[in-house]
Design a protein around this ligand. Structure first.
Ligand code: SF4
Length: 372
């Protein structure tokens, strides 16, 4: 009897709930006699309502999943490196993005790629190569487009040998960070590495780096340095020059071997195995330069999978298996799908400080020379 009473109360409550939410023409009667007659229908309605609740929850979960997914994509693609071409005028022995072809996209497709990245959440684009200044017009237009049309912070990594003041006058305003590779301040070591002409009577590479630093100061661009620590330079003391150059960031990478690039195999253009340094040798280099506040050490374990790399056809490069496996192009399958093939380690990206202040202050052009 009491079970029947409780069932009736519950049923009446559900009918009351139904009547409150449904239009009048669908209202159910609440009198006991009607309920007896409608019990079968009512039970079906109650069962349907009960079944619909989890269904609605599942549907709502599915409805929110694309948003969560796109928000996770936007977190992952905040900072992207685009190797616009593999062409280079230097022949560094440890290079792990070698000149295996001379392909590059037309400017229209390259800009389309930047727009796809922008819509996926990219906030900073780094143009690299090869040597990006081998294609100054394309590079300049991409910097302008990324800054003015896509609202991205713009960075460039160059070997510093081809940067002209005319280019800086025209396109420098669109650049936030200009990074130059500097592996040694000794001309003989640079020649051994493969940077420059090999003429050890002139410290050509260092003169060029100093000139680029000057241009950055004139145009208010943040100056950055990259150094690959290898068996040829790991004992060098660079403190004096680094203090003069005063970079806002100085990255030191442990020489990295990648299959298909610099591992000495049949498909590799380089063999950098003899240039490798141990972790202890790398750490000793870092320790020697520990007074440099801009120094950011990146041993192989940190560097290998923590960068999002797009090659000359806008394919992400998966380095997780010690090689460079290209994804499908973002132009063909979109950023999200290509990203799923990138082998990218977001945790390591966060841990290595992949997000930092990457926009220069455009209201305050720095015209102070470092070379007075
Ligand atoms: S300058 Fe850079 S891209 Fe060119 S060969 Fe050297 S490491 Fe490779």
């Amino acid at each position: 009897m009491s079970a029947h009473f409780s069932f009736t109360c519950t049923r009446n409550f559900l009918i009351w709930l139904w009547n409150n939410f449904m239009p009048a023409r669908y209202h159910l009667p609440l009198t006991y006699s009607h309920l007896i007659r409608l019990e079968r229908n009512t039970m079906m309605i109650i069962t349907a309502m009960t079944l619909m609740m989890p269904l609605l929850l599942v549907v709502s979960a599915f409805n929110t999943s694309p948003q969560s997914s796109s928000s996770s994509v936007s977190n992952r693609v905040k900072s992207v490196n685009y190797f616009i071409s593999r062409e280079c005028n230097y022949k560094c022995k440890f290079c792990f993005h070698t000149q295996k072809n001379t392909n590059k996209l037309g400017i229209g497709n390259a800009k389309l790629g930047l727009q796809l990245l922008q819509h996926s959440g990219t906030e900073k684009i780094n143009f690299a190569g090869g040597e990006p200044f081998l294609n100054p017009q394309v590079l300049g237009e991409l910097c302008q487009f990324a800054h003015s049309e896509c609202g991205m912070a713009v960075s460039i990594i160059s070997n510093g040998s081809l940067i002209k003041s005319e280019w800086m006058d025209r396109y420098g305003q669109y650049v936030d960070i200009l990074g130059v590779s500097v592996d040694s301040f000794d001309p003989a070591t640079n020649a051994l590495i493969g940077r420059g002409t090999g003429d050890t009577t002139k410290n050509q590479h260092v003169s060029r780096v100093l000139k680029v630093r000057e241009l950055c100061a004139q145009h208010g661009i943040l100056f950055k340095m990259n150094t690959v620590v290898c068996s040829l330079n790991h004992r060098e003391d660079m403190n004096e020059y680094v203090t003069t150059l005063d970079p806002y960031r100085w990255k030191a990478f442990q020489c990295l071997i990648l299959q298909g690039e610099n591992a000495g195999g049949v498909n590799d253009l380089n063999d950098a195995r003899e240039l490798q340094v141990t972790r202890e040798e790398f750490d000793a280099f870092i320790q020697r330069h520990s007074e440099q506040s801009a120094l950011i050490p990146e041993p192989n374990t940190v560097m290998q999978n923590s960068y999002l790399l797009l090659d000359e056809e806008l394919r992400f490069l998966d380095c997780s298996e010690n090689g460079k496996i290209p994804s499908q192009s973002i132009l063909e399958v979109g950023v999200e799908r290509a990203l799923s093939q990138a082998g990218f380690d977001d945790d390591m990206f966060q841990k290595r400080g992949g997000i930092f202040e990457w926009t220069r202050d455009r209201g305050d052009s720095n015209d102070s020379s470092i070379l007075k």
